[in-house]
Design a protein around this ligand. Structure first.
Ligand code: AHM
Ligand code: MG
Length: 338
């Protein structure tokens, strides 16, 4: 399709290629972008809307919620609740799944989302994002049980993110490639920027929070050590490092120009298997990565094959260019790590 095609037209065209499509998913996506446009507007005006700073509450992981975390969460819930596409929603910011209002019709999809990923970056005007995953509701038309959300990532119907960066972009997949749209702030519309994105396979860039180095397991200690040795080490080339601190922004860079992102298990919190959440962060990004020719593992196994055990389960994440993700897997096999 031509660059500049509206998201609505693109979705309708995709719908025409699925002969069993009813239009419900197209409407869901279109309505979700209403919430995303509202979040984008709040993020862009954070400095003048008095939405910076902490909300005074904590989320399920015990992390301080930012005011914009709460605003973004409410925008998604309030936008999607009355429309009838969804049977239920689960959010990184909510301990238990959100129960749709009594009068709202129940639909056939479940929405799982992180309303504002990287939110510690809001106050310093660095990119943040929204991550989403769409699942089929096992019992369409009725309220879901919490276990209904515990589907392996390979069962996602769609996944994507919005990155609120120097421009706002929406990137999504329905399992037929990865497509990116830029929000035209004057038209208020998402317009096609890139179709069928592919993660470049040649890479010499990695992303990791190196301040955790002393807590890393042997495999990661060794891999990063070898990257740092550059041309003089076993990898034979100089590597570059980038770390935004917003997974959405770090992943968006890797999707565009290749690289590998790592948030491994570390021994700072020995009881936690990682920092990132399987349902809200790892699975949607893994679906996008694979659709773009890349890969995502927990260091050992394919992320999309994991059967979630709980709503807020955390996992180690290695994601990006396929060859580099596989290389990190070899380090795990050789040097060890959970
Ligand atoms: P959040 O969902 O509470 O914002 O936390 C997830 C974020 C990721 O976006 C990012 O990759 C990571 O946490 C940054 O962690 P660190 O603080 O170790 O840099
Ligand atoms: Mg997050």
């Amino acid at each position: 399709m031509q660059i500049g095609t509206t998201l609505t037209r693109f979705l309708l065209d995709e719908e025409r290629h699925h002969h069993s499509a009813t239009g419900e998913f197209t409407r869901l996506m279109s309505d979700l972008t209403t919430a995303i446009r509202a979040i984008s507007s709040a993020v862009n005006r954070a400095g003048i809307l008095e939405v910076r700073g902490q909300a005074g509450s904590t989320n399920t992981a015990g992390e301080a919620q930012q005011k914009l975390d709460v605003t973004a969460n409410d925008l998604v819930l309030e936008t999607m609740d009355p429309l009838g596409h969804l049977a239920g929603m689960a959010s990184e910011e909510l301990e238990i799944p959100y129960a749709l209002a009594a009068g709202s019709p129940r639909g056939k999809y479940l929405l799982v989302f992180d309303p504002l990923d990287g939110s510690s970056n809001i106050d310093v005007n660095i990119s943040v994002g929204t991550i989403f995953s769409v699942l089929e509701a096992p019992n369409p038309g009725s309220d879901p049980a919490p276990e209904d959300f515990l589907q392996s990532g390979s069962r996602q119907v769609a996944a994507g993110y919005a990155v609120y960066g120097s421009s706002t972009m929406l990137v999504y997949t329905t399992g037929v490639g990865v497509h990116a749209f830029t929000l035209d702030p004057y038209l208020g519309e998402f317009l096609l920027a890139d179709q069928d994105l592919q993660i470049p396979q040649e890479t010499n860039e990695y992303a990791i929070n190196a301040s955790n180095r002393r807590f890393w397991e042997p495999a990661i200690q060794r891999y990063i050590h070898d990257c740092e040795q550059g041309k003089d080490g076993p990898l034979g080339e100089d590597y570059n490092m980038r770390w935004v601190g917003s997974m959405v922004a770090d992943f968006h860079r890797i999707l565009t120009r290749g690289g590998v992102f790592l948030y491994p298990r570390d021994l700072k919190k020995p009881d936690d298997p990682g920092k990132l959440r399987l349902l809200y962060e790892a699975n949607p990004m893994a679906f996008l990565a694979e659709q773009a020719g890349g890969a995502c593992t927990d260091g050992h196994s394919r992320m999309l094959d994991r059967k979630p055990e709980s709503l807020h389960q955390k996992v180690p994440v290695v994601i990006g260019s396929r060859s580099e993700v596989e290389r990190v897997g070899q380090y795990y096999r050789e040097y060890g790590g959970a």
